[in-house]
Design a protein around this ligand. Structure first.
Ligand code: ZN
Ligand code: FE
Length: 256
């Protein structure tokens, strides 16, 4: 079940991600922000695109699908059934608990409404990988466009149950900006300060801060800890409903 992953910038701040199964040669693109860098990354490694796993309908995640399919007509496009009208024709229409495979690598779909109403994440349990799209970011979370704010909290609370060693791949390089906000919320979080040093060094070297681990996110990402007494105290919301705490955090970040 050996796999390889390639991660590379697309557009202004998106990531292209390829998941390659060594046993079968199958290769999936997670979303299709921009065809050219994805095609280049495939060519560089001699990989053949077999799958496109779409997380949600936003342009910056789907606009490369047409050009990728032109080059790889056999590539299968999978995505959230409820967003097919906006994404374009899907070969596999996915919902909660559906299984996906990339060659011999097996994953499952987790519905995570909030950023969009139909947003899904892909979790590959054996490989220990989460493709979180625009739901969970390194040190942050996606803007909540299509559901009430508490719905996003439920989605994030679901993701945080995954094993701490899970590698989290998200859709954008927003980590510095997210981290500055997080430090404003929790200036006394030592793990967060440490992580920000690592993040700043990576960015200074032009390297991605993605992936992170779920353990990193649990320790440092305020949006996963709306029920943490320490975080609640930091924003004067001790004892409040976690969904309300999350909503306050997300609203503050929207205004930041
Ligand atoms: Zn998006
Ligand atoms: Fe996006």
């Amino acid at each position: 079940m050996a796999h390889e992953i390639a991660i590379f910038p697309c557009l202004a701040d998106n990531y292209g991600v390829l998941l390659h199964d060594e046993a079968t040669g199958a290769t999936a693109a997670i979303d299709a922000p921009e065809a050219a860098p994805i095609l280049a990354a495939l060519a560089e490694r001699g990989w053949t695109l077999s799958d496109i796993l779409v997380t949600h309908h936003h342009k910056d995640h789907v606009q490369g699908i047409g050009a990728l399919r032109q080059q790889y007509p056999q590539a299968r496009v999978s995505g959230p059934a409820t967003e097919e009208a906006k994404i374009g024709a899907l070969d596999l229409r996915l919902g909660e608990h559906d299984r996906v495979s990339v060659g011999s690598l097996h994953g499952q779909v987790m519905t995570t409404p909030g950023h969009t109403a139909g947003h899904i994440c892909y979790y590959f349990a054996e490989a220990g990988l989460l493709f979180a799209g625009d739901t969970l970011f390194a040190l942050g979370c996606g803007r909540v466009f299509e559901t009430p704010l508490p719905v996003m909290w439920v989605s994030l609370a679901k993701l945080r149950q995954l094993p701490p060693a899970t590698m989290v791949y998200c859709g954008h390089e927003y980590t510095m900006n997210n981290g500055r906000f997080a430090l404003g919320i929790e200036p006394d979080n030592a793990a967060l300060h440490q992580r920000m040093q690592v993040v700043a060094a990576l960015r200074a070297a032009g390297k991605p801060t993605v992936p992170s681990t779920m353990a990193d996110e649990l320790a440092t990402n305020p949006f996963l800890r709306a029920d943490d007494p320490g975080l609640q105290r930091a924003i004067n919301m001790t004892g409040a409903e976690p969904a309300a705490v999350f909503a306050a955090l997300r609203s503050a970040k929207d205004r930041a």
